[in-house]
Design a protein around this ligand. Sequence first.
Ligand SMILES: C[S@@+](CC[C@H](N)C(=O)[O-])C[C@H]1O[C@@H](n2cnc3c(N)ncnc32)[C@H](O)[C@@H]1O
Length: 291
Amino acid sequence: MGFWCGWRMLQIHSHNKLMLPLFRPLSSSSISQAVVTVQDQQQLQKPQLRSSQLVALEYADLNLSYNLDLGHVRIRQHVNPLSSSFSAPAQVPDWNQVFADPALPLMVDIGCGSGRFLMWLAKRTPKVRNYLGLEIRQRMVKRAEEWVKDLALDNIHFLFANAPISFKQLVESYPGPLQLVSILCPDPHFKQKHRKRRVLQKPLVGAIVDNLTPGGQVFMQSDVLEVALDMKNQFDEVDELRHIDGSNTAILCDSEGWLLSNPMGIRTEREIHAEYEGAKIYRRLYEKKPM
Ligand SMILES: C[S@@+](CC[C@H](N)C(=O)[O-])C[C@H]1O[C@@H](n2cnc3c(N)ncnc32)[C@H](O)[C@@H]1O
């Protein structure tokens, strides 16, 4: 983002310096005044939206309250999923208590963040599918639960969970079929020594594939090519999965097999932020082959 912002500022400056002397020669002090004036004008003309506001706009029809009193919950930007404080598996809920119909097909979003992406889907498909969001930051889960109460949805549930530790037990206990698993813009953990903190590791791939119903899908994406390739390589290795490459579906891919758009009908929050910053999103969709 730093580079991108810098690039934008550079454009404004070079534009000023090129254009202004055409009108009249300026002293260095009047050039700097003129630069400020033109920048001010550009600020006025530019829509004053931050990417967080774009997210709120994208999810406007959920009509969520942003003034929730969440009490004193510790806010963490990132967490270390390997820390002992996240080593306990989440308690399996009574599915009859959390979903109106626990026999419906299930979608699980791993690392769901605020949960708005899943709420948007749940609102559009009541009585068709249940949605489970797994998130390691407790504050996010608390806010998501408040929003779900406000929305009065009975086909969505959020759990404070370290996904690699809790996923298997949760989906194995679910009464209906596991239809869709998404891992969308997971934390990148760039440093080599931190790669083992990445959410998608071999045992989680195995648990997803073993529990997915035939014809069920895995949707993965990242705005970081290295992370997307890491996930792609792990799913490509699985014989039971086939990559949906657009050859016999309406889903279109680029020449390297990345989906051209998000097939879910709405972008995730990280996706909105990343695209606002000019990043490309690397997406792939897999389907479990029939038995
Ligand atoms: C970059 S955010 C992306 C959120 C959302 N999927 C999106 O695309 O906007 C990654 C999310 O994964 C969560 N996360 C990271 N490690 C996790 C883990 N081991 N289990 C569950 N959630 C995790 C983070 O707390 C964060 O909310």
